[in-house]
Design a protein around this ligand. Sequence first.
Ligand code: NAD
Length: 413
Amino acid sequence: MQRIPSIKETHDAFLRSACESLGYDQQTYEVLLIAAREVRVELPLRRDDGSLVVYNGYRVQHHNARGPYKGGLRYHPDVNMTDVRGLACLMSLKTALVDIPLGGAKGGIDCDPGSLSERELETLTRKFVQRMHRLIGPNLDIPAPDVGTNAQVMAWIQDEYSKIYGYSPAVVTGKPVETGGSPGREEATGRDVSIVIKEYAHHCGEKLKGKTAAIQGFGNVGAHAAQFLFEMGMRVVAVNDVRGGIHDSEGLPIDKVLEHFKKAGTVAGFPGADSIDNGGLLALRCDYLVPAALGGVIHRRNAGHVQAKVVAEAADAPVTEPANQILCQRGVSVLPGILVGAGGVTVSYFEWVQNLQHFRWTLEEIEQRLHDKLVEACRAVFELAKDDKCSYRLSAYQIATRRLKESFFAAGI
Ligand code: NAD
């Protein structure tokens, strides 16, 4: 049986196609692909039961010609240098596509945060900062939440960093509003999903009311996306998380599902809905399928089962390159993750700007600015795809890759 390509292989293949279609040579592709700096640190942790565990911490800084390195910090047992490399490059393309003055980076720790106590998580996070503090900073590299991390983790990073360098809220984004975070950051990526879907429907001349959506993953991105799509009048017919999934062809009452999730810690077992497994959710007949969990979930073996008309990639690299080809051949539109998942980093940029200037913007200002940035990016992607008769993936990658290349070469090798 063929193995599923890694996030890095998936991303490299998309970048390569963009470079080829732009007429860039092999050296230019490699310059754009390879990260400026990669770091691994050892993180020994004394567990509450007295045992000693050693974790690996990673940070890959891909590109900073457009602005400081910027990207999430992921806590997950599968975190490894190869995937972090791919995710860092993906971040450079996201920031370039929405045209914000930031570069790309990614990092993480290969731990299972669910199995750690709060004290263990805090100790591990602070140790990561003690090892990495020379490489991060408001004008150097600004981490943010990703899978398995949240505002609390960012607050610990901010605090540990500030002990060394003085009050430095701009060292991280996605922190609590109480420590300098921005209103609207937490829900930004979920909101982005709804804005891109709305713009896409507008571009196709379709109404969204009553259209159906299935969402894989009910974490920060998936739960907020479900809420916004529901509020736009769409029928969210299925959602799931790592512990199980629920389905109702009439549409789930997402406000009530959220209440159930807060109490139960999972969507599974929501009263009145049918249960559905991961494979069933990905193969549901619906208008929009929103993968909002992990990378590589739609691959060569299951892409033929997808019955959605549109796949909106909220997660990073959820569709592998062979699966992307299969979906394209079958007429399924794919809205790429560098567009659908760019809302988080866009509001992170707003948070960083507020921190640097010691200003506070209102939620309304943030939402308006996010909306304007994303609509501009959507229109550019949709128009180029129409003019060049190419996929949205290729048009988005072309726009971002060209910007990256121009800034890289303008800065000088
Ligand atoms: P999260 O940790 O808050 O949520 C992840 C969700 O996926 C959880 O509900 C988890 O139960 C679920 N999940 C994990 N494995 C699963 C499986 N096998 N089947 C079904 N569900 C599964 O993470 P998040 O912040 O919501 O990020 C989700 C994705 O979006 C990631 O790929 C991340 O890189 C990407 N992303 C996040 C942000 C952000 O601002 N948080 C921004 C851009 C992209």
